[in-house]
Every structure is written in C-alpha cells, then in structure tokens.
Design a binder for this molecule. Structure first.
Ligand code: HEC
Length: 152
C-alpha cells in the first residue's frame, strides 16, 4: 500500500465510524443477533428449570456450553458510538451505555462469570442446573434494567 492509500483508508474508516452513518451500522443488528442466540440457549434451560419441559442433561449441557461461548464473543466492534436509541431508530440501547462504559463492561463480565459457572454444572442434574441458572438470569436483568429501553 502507498502512503496515500493508507491515509485514504484511515479517512474512510473515520467516516464509517461517524454517527451520521450509524443508522445503517450493521453492528446494531449483529449485537441484537447475539442476544437472540442467548435466548435460544437460555430459553431452553429456563423451560427445564421451571419444569415446562423435562430436564435433559445432554441438551442442558449443550445449551450452557453454547451460551458460555457466545458470551465470549468480542464486543469491541458491536457498540460503536452513535448507535444509541436517542441517535438512531431500530435499537433499544440507551445512551447511558456510552456514559458508563466501565459499568456496562462490568455487567457484561457478570454475565460471563455466571455463564461459566452454569456451563460447569448444567449437565450434572436439574438441581445443579437450577442453582446456577438464576445468576445468569439476574445478570441479564441487571443490565437490561440499566441500559435497555422498554420494548415499545
Ligand atoms: C451488559 C449488558 C447486557 C447483558 C448482560 C445482557 N443484555 Fe440483552 N440487551 C442489552 C442491550 C443494551 C440490548 C439492546 C440492544 C439493541 O437494541 O441495540 C439488549 C437486547 C436484548 C434482546 C433483544 C434483541 C433483539 O432482537 O433486538 C434480548 C432477547 C436480550 N437482550 C436477551 C438477553 C439475555 C437472555 C441475556 C442474558 C443471558 C442478556 N440479554 C444479557 C444488554 C445486555
């Protein structure tokens, strides 16, 4: 790459990151997609935990392992500035996220810790899974209460 090309690439990168284009930012649908995959796995374990379906050790373990891995997905490009609910349509991410990034990351870390613990026991039996499941649910809820708009 010539120096000029490199500079052009940098300038383009800056434009793409600018809030003015955030309406089209694919990161919004992509981060929502990861949450849908959380529910895909969390929901199955929730149904078992609440007795709506029979506990199945293998299915529970698979779901917990999936959730563990999805919560390890790097978040650094999923939350660009200017993709909050005050700036663009199509997101429920409150602007407060970007004012309190440390706290947001901490709440994300709480989910990662809880998902790891659940992954360690989900296949060991219903009581074991239930005991670890609650902390995961609480970590989802704590972040949503602070940083997610109510569904309209
Ligand atoms: C650290 C914060 C945080 C944690 C932890 C978290 N969420 Fe969320 N969640 C959000 C935010 C912010 C949004 C809104 C994203 C948007 O609309 O851009 C969201 C959106 C969602 C959505 C809607 C996705 C869509 O289709 O628009 C679902 C479902 C969801 N979360 C489920 C979960 C579940 C289940 C967990 C726990 C296993 C969880 N979340 C943990 C912050 C979090």
């Amino acid at each position: 790459m010539t120096v000029k090309r490199i500079l052009t690439a940098f300038a383009l990168g800056a434009v793409l990151a600018a809030p003015a284009l955030a309406d089209d930012d694919p990161a919004v649908e992509q981060r929502q997609g990861q949450f849908k995959l959380y529910v895909h796995n969390f929901g199955l374990m929730g149904a078992m935990a609440q007795g709506r379906i029979n506990y199945d050790a293998e299915a529970a373990q698979t779901a917990a392992t999936n959730l563990y891995h999805i919560t390890r997905h790097d978040q650094s490009r999923l939350w660009p500035e200017g993709t909050d609910s005050m700036s663009i349509d199509g997101t429920r991410a409150k602007p407060e996220i970007w004012d309190n990034l440390d706290d947001f990351v901490e709440k994300f870390g709480a989910l990662q810790t809880a998902a790891e613990a659940l992954q360690g026991v989900a296949g060991d039996g219903l009581p074991e899974m239930q005991a670890a499941f609650g902390a995961v649910g609480q970590s989802c809820q704590a972040c949503h209460e602070a940083y997610r708009e109510e569904a309209s």
